[in-house]
Design a protein around this ligand. Structure first.
Ligand code: OSB
Ligand code: MG
Length: 370
């Protein structure tokens, strides 16, 4: 198929409540979407980068630039464009995995719609629903935290993840354990600690957490391996895992015993499947992370999370966890603690033009021959 059009959309979507992590407090999702036309069949991609380079080196303005100046022109001159070869076409350009992932996702959506195949079937998914976990931001107080967690448990979420940072770690975990007992519970530090904190992090061991996610910096694989020897709680990597190769290295080094897979972080859903395959070969459980996606990215994540190696509950929450008004016509809903895997062709969800217009800051057609 031929790339006959590509459009970038910049959105600002209000969040239902502020989302605080060790690296930022967000009140809205500043978001980049990619819309492609392949032989005039539309496809949508969602870029997981944020407005600022605080979670990853990528950020929205840079992703827009690299898509406009390099990635989209490379596909436009490639002749036949197929999802399975997009990553190969973009290999000459270093890094920028989130931007590449968004473009590949849009091509996947368009291609699968032309053949009537759901993304889940293309990826090899084996489940029709996936369990739904929720990521709970850092709260202004312990009482606010307990109230927030209580609300999510009421909604039916089957696993709680608490964001932690130095000064907000033992106390919130203890409070949640004391109040809610032995619920499936894990924590995410988003690189906020150093190896010097090993003894402190080992104090989390008594709480029986499922895992500690990304305690140290992205590039600290050896230090994570050292930390893993000093704490009993399993170490899970998020930011560090940028490809299937890095996942293999991290596992071989003993840097992690669990992997969080985010398609955007590794360059797309096809590389995400390879990360899943590598982890499965090593017997390492994986789960699907989230990046405050709208229904588009959420639908694709749920399809990915339905692969057989996703044996841990992911941050695959309902649209309503972050957004009062999603941009898709059928927002993803939690039912009995699970989210249904979309069954329609491509992403299996449709953009609601009015809802999209209400949060769109700008749209730009990209030149295809520069
Ligand atoms: O580290 O998993 C993370 C959100 C933005 C950036 C990084 C992370 C997160 C989350 C929320 O934890 C995941 C979600 O539910 O979308
Ligand atoms: Mg994380």
């Amino acid at each position: 198929m031929k790339l006959t059009g590509a459009e970038l959309l910049h959105l600002r979507v209000p969040l239902v409540a502020p989302f605080q992590t060790s690296f930022s407090t967000q009140l809205e999702r500043d978001l980049l979407l990619v819309r492609v036309l392949l032989d005039d069949q539309e496809g949508w991609g969602e870029c997981v980068s944020m407005a600022d380079p605080l979670y990853s080196p990528e950020f929205n303005a840079a992703a827009a630039l690299v898509l406009r100046d390099f990635l989209v022109p490379a596909l436009a001159t490639a002749g036949d464009v197929r999802a399975g070869t997009v990553a190969h076409r973009l290999t000459p350009f270093k890094g920028h995995r989130m931007a590449k992932a968004a473009l590949e996702m849009a091509v996947l959506d368009a291609e699968l719609r032309t053949v009537g195949m759901p993304l889940s079937a293309y990826l090899g998914s084996v489940h029709t629903t996936v369990p739904s976990g929720v990521s709970v931001g850092i709260q202004p107080s312990i009482s606010a935290l307990l109230e927030t967690v209580d609300g999510y448990l009421d909604d039916g979420y089957v696993r709680i993840k608490l964001k932690i940072k130095p000064g907000w770690d033992l106390e919130p975990v203890r409070a949640v354990r004391e109040r809610f007992g032995n619920i499936p519970l894990q924590v995410d530090a988003n690189t906020a600690y150093t190896l010097a904190d090993a003894r402190h992090l080992a104090l989390l061991d008594e709480f029986g957490l499922l895992l500690i996610e990304q305690p140290l910096e992205d590039e600290d694989l050896t230090q994570h391996a050292e930390l893993a020897r000093r704490v009993a709680t399993p170490i899970c990597l998020d930011e560090s895992i940028t490809s299937a190769k890095v996942a293999a290295d991290a596992i071989r080094l003993g840097a992690c015993s669990v992997v969080n897979i985010k398609a955007g972080r590794v360059g797309g859903y096809l590389e995400a499947r390879r990360v899943h395959d590598v982890c499965a070969a090593y017997g390492v459980p994986v789960w699907c992370g989230g990046m405050l996606e709208t229904g588009l990215g959420r639908a694709a994540n749920v399809a990915l999370a339905a692969l057989p190696g996703f044996t841990l509950t992911g941050d695959t929450s309902a649209s309503g966890r972050f957004y009062r008004q999603d941009i898709v016509t059928e927002p993803l809903r939690i039912q009995d603690g699970h989210i249904a895997v979309p069954t329609g062709p491509g992403l299996g969800v449709e953009v609601d033009p009015d809802a999209l217009a209400a949060v769109t800051v700008s749209r730009e057609w990209l030149p295809l021959d520069t």
